[in-house]
Design a protein around this ligand. Structure first.
Ligand SMILES: NC(=O)c1ccc[n+]([C@@H]2O[C@H](COP(=O)([O-])OP(=O)(O)OC[C@H]3O[C@@H](n4cnc5c(N)ncnc54)[C@H](OP(=O)(O)O)[C@@H]3O)[C@@H](O)[C@H]2O)c1
Length: 286
């Protein structure tokens, strides 16, 4: 594609690493114009070079070093984009953080608030400016990267699970609202993907998938406008089971599962993880 002025547009948050970087690379390979948002500018520039693009090429790329919690900035950048390039075909709210929280520790309430602000409030603020222009055009895809963790409440994950459950519900509301308009709202729930977010996990991660393989499945889901996709599919089966399993059974088994570490190491979580490891005969994949 040589004339880039008519190439479709992707806007993506959390593009500097992991899933976001893989999604950006997949759309770059299709010749799309990219609007990439994350705080670490140097990683965005490196990603552009890795995709064979000049970081300062104004016809193909807009690299925006911003914190998604700055929702005024998101709105200003969206207005500029709509004025100068037009309305994107695909907007993906992907930026996210994950920490275990121990709600008995006062300081973890701030961590919990941060998780909700980034994973839920900022995700909605990313999509919001494009609802009206996509509706007016009658096409486009608004995509949220949720998580299998949004299906049930996992121990030491009170904030992350809540943030992803909230995102799943908000996207569902939006999907139903926009159904008659031709705009697709796509929820993608990753299982375990091999990124910086999971690198520190000290528990077994079934069906761990590379970001590149995840990205190619995610693009298929977005292309076809799927309402909800769990990737990999095996985690989709697990997720359906988790959804329906009675509380007593869930509580019994979920309590034994490996826990996400606190931002500042949480001793109860670490102790539980050690106990689980011993119970499993010391088996742990990472
Ligand atoms: N990896 C998994 O197994 C997994 C499973 C389920 C769901 N997910 C979801 O997938 C998404 C991507 O995660 P990942 O695994 O790719 O993790 P990652 O490699 O840690 O990437 C997280 C991305 O989010 C960006 N980000 C975080 N806070 C931000 C902020 N305040 N402002 C702007 N950007 C921010 C980071 O960029 P900067 O630090 O440069 O700002 C980075 O690009 C997240 O929503 C995560 O919850 C991941």
């Amino acid at each position: 594609m040589t004339d880039t002025s008519s190439a479709p547009i992707l806007l993506l948050t959390g593009a500097s690493s992991g899933i976001g970087a893989a999604l950006a690379a997949a759309y770059a390979a299709r010749g799309w114009r990219l609007v990439l948002i994350a705080r670490r500018a140097e990683l965005l520039e490196q990603l552009a070079r890795d995709c064979g693009l000049a970081p300062d090429d104004p016809t193909r790329l807009r690299l925006i070093a911003a914190d998604v919690r700055d929702t005024d900035r998101l709105r200003t950048e969206a207005d500029t984009l709509l004025r100068e390039w037009g309305c994107p075909q695909v907007v993906i709210a992907n930026a996210g953080i994950s920490h275990g929280v121990d709600l008995s520790q006062a300081e973890d309430l701030d961590v919990a608030t941060d998780i909700m602000d980034i994973n839920w409030a900022a995700a909605l603020a990313t999509l919001a400016p494009f609802i009206a222009p996509m509706r007016a055009r009658g096409s486009g895809a608004l995509v949220g990267i949720a998580s299998v963790a949004g299906v049930r409440g996992l121990p030491c994950h009170a904030a992350y699970c809540a943030s992803k459950a909230a995102l799943i519900r908000s996207l569902e509301s939006l999907r139903v609202e926009l159904r008659p308009s031709g705009v697709k709202v796509v929820t993608i729930s990753p299982g375990y993907i091999d990124t910086a977010m999971t690198a520190g996990n000290r528990f077994r991660m079934p069906f761990l998938m590379s970001p590149a393989v995840f990205a190619s499945s995610a693009l298929r889901a977005i292309d076809t406008g799927r309402a909800y996709a769990t990737i990999p599919w095996q985690m989709g089966l697990l997720s359906k089971f988790l959804h329906v399993v009675p509380r007593a059974v869930f509580d019994h088994y979920a309590g034994r599962y490996g826990r996400k570490a606190r931002k500042e190491n949480c001793e109860p979580c670490q102790a539980m993880t050690r106990r689980n490891r011993i119970r499993r005969g010391g088996k742990s994949s990472r």
